[in-house]
Design a protein around this ligand. Structure first.
Ligand code: AMP
Length: 398
């Protein structure tokens, strides 16, 4: 059985066609610059040369049609007909407080995704466009929505409520939702499985450290807390996002720089984080290189980033009255051994001990703590597409 996974951004569309018998990727690709000049499709089939197509993509509809053409193309294609695709799994940013578990798309699901446009203004409209494009391009093929907020919806009210007048929760569902849900779900489950964690010892902290970054605490794969909030802005220092700040900072900058709240939030989302602190780049590799060359602000950004991660691990250990395993994932978490070691050095009080040799691992599941470490530490590469595909298969098999 073959499942297509779509991840639509405001001007991009990522896709993977997955064979669910082997869970292997049959083909994957990316449509860039949708709705703007210079649209481009890159289609990759393992073992073959990449196929690139520059063609106007005024809408997500056109992009989806081009993806279908690439998939069935006689030279670059991997299937003979789109009817071979059993279902499409869509990554959807926000399901509000109504939808948390994956769901087969119907009119109500689309209505809720639409109602959440102001909670996910960049992603939800694109996610809906992707769904509607597939409905037109593949009538009769089920579409499944998998919500990025889904994992965080298991939090208890004491963890998800902001201490602001309760009426704002009642009127607008203002609460903490958490994001990167498919990644936290996948990695926390994989940690339990790979680490062979016995029942009663499944308190897991997942550090998803990429351009977007978040931490989650979960017990038995069920979320207890997670660092992102109403939007992905809360929590860790990220590539361009500030993470936690005193909300009064918004007013202060707005007053002193003569900016609107919207403009200040754009600064907190797009010009802050590693980029804002270091003044070098949002990419951790660039900031690391700048630090090695003696750039003091780059050093500060790296230290502040690790300090925040360490604080969250400490807080989440307290929230769960202990921790059995810590897992690192995403671009930085999977690839940067030095950062993992420096973060774990600050966790010696928990009895965390890193095995320097094992910590050199990249790109595969690995235990990187010593046998006598009181907490097991892992590298677990995330696979959001596979997680979405598994959820999609489960939904259509019901
Ligand atoms: P992601 O959003 O998960 O794709 O992660 C992107 C971030 O991971 C970028 O800031 C990269 O600099 C960082 N990253 C990827 N590979 C490495 C690496 N080998 N060392 C340090 N950072 C890396």
């Amino acid at each position: 059985m073959k499942i297509l996974v779509l991840n639509c951004g405001s001007s991009s569309l990522k896709y993977q066609l997955i064979d669910m018998d082997t869970e292997g990727v049959i083909a994957k690709g990316l449509c860039e610059r949708i709705g703007i000049e210079g649209s481009k499709l890159t289609h990759k089939v393992p073992g073959k040369d990449d196929f690139c197509l520059e063609s106007p993509m005024p809408t997500h509809q056109t992009a989806v049609e081009l993806v279908m053409k690439a998939l069935v193309d006689k030279d670059h294609g991997v299937i003979s007909d789109v009817s071979e695709i059993s279902a499409v799994g869509h990554r959807v940013l926000h399901g509000g407080s109504k939808y948390s578990d994956p769901v087969v798309v119907n009119e109500d699901v689309k209505k809720v995704i639409r109602e959440c446009f102001d909670l996910g203004p960049l992603h939800n409209p694109a996610n809906l466009m992707g769904i509607e494009a597939c409905e037109k391009a593949m009538p009769g093929t089920p579409n499944v929505a998998v919500f990025d907020t889904g994992f965080g919806m298991a939090m208890e009210p004491k963890a998800y409520m902001y201490a602001i007048p309760y009426e704002y929760y009642e009127k607008y569902q203002i609460r903490r939702y958490g994001f990167h849900g498919t990644s936290h779900k996948f990695v926390s489950h994989e940690t339990i499985k790979f680490g062979n964690l016995p029942e009663g010892h499944r308190r897991v902290i997942v550090c998803h450290l990429g351009n977007g970054a978040s931490v989650s605490a979960s017990i038995d794969g069920k979320c207890v807390d997670t660092s992102m909030g109403l939007t992905p802005l809360e929590g860790l220092i990220m590539g361009t996002r500030s993470g936690d700040v005193d909300p009064a900072v918004v007013q202060f900058i707005a007053d002193h720089e003569n900016l609107s709240v919207d403009e200040v939030l754009t600064i907190l989302n797009k010009k802050s984080g590693m980029l804002g602190l270091s003044g070098v780049s949002s990419d951790f590799r660039d900031v690391e290189k700048a630090e090695a060359e003696g750039n003091e602000r780059a050093k500060l950004a790296n230290e502040a980033f690790r300090y925040r991660v360490t604080k969250y691990i400490g807080a989440y250990t307290a929230a769960m009255n202990g921790v059995d395993a810590i897992a690192f994932t995403a671009g930085l978490g999977e690839n940067n051994a030095e950062n993992r070691e420096l973060i774990c050095d600050n966790l010696a009080y928990l009895g965390v001990k890193i095995d320097k040799e094992a910590n050199k691992t990249r790109g595969k599941n690995a235990l990187i703590s010593t046998p006598d470490s009181k907490v097991k530490v892992f590298v677990i590469p995330t696979n959001e597409e596979l997680s979405i595909a598994r959820d999609t298969l489960e939904m259509i098999s019901k």
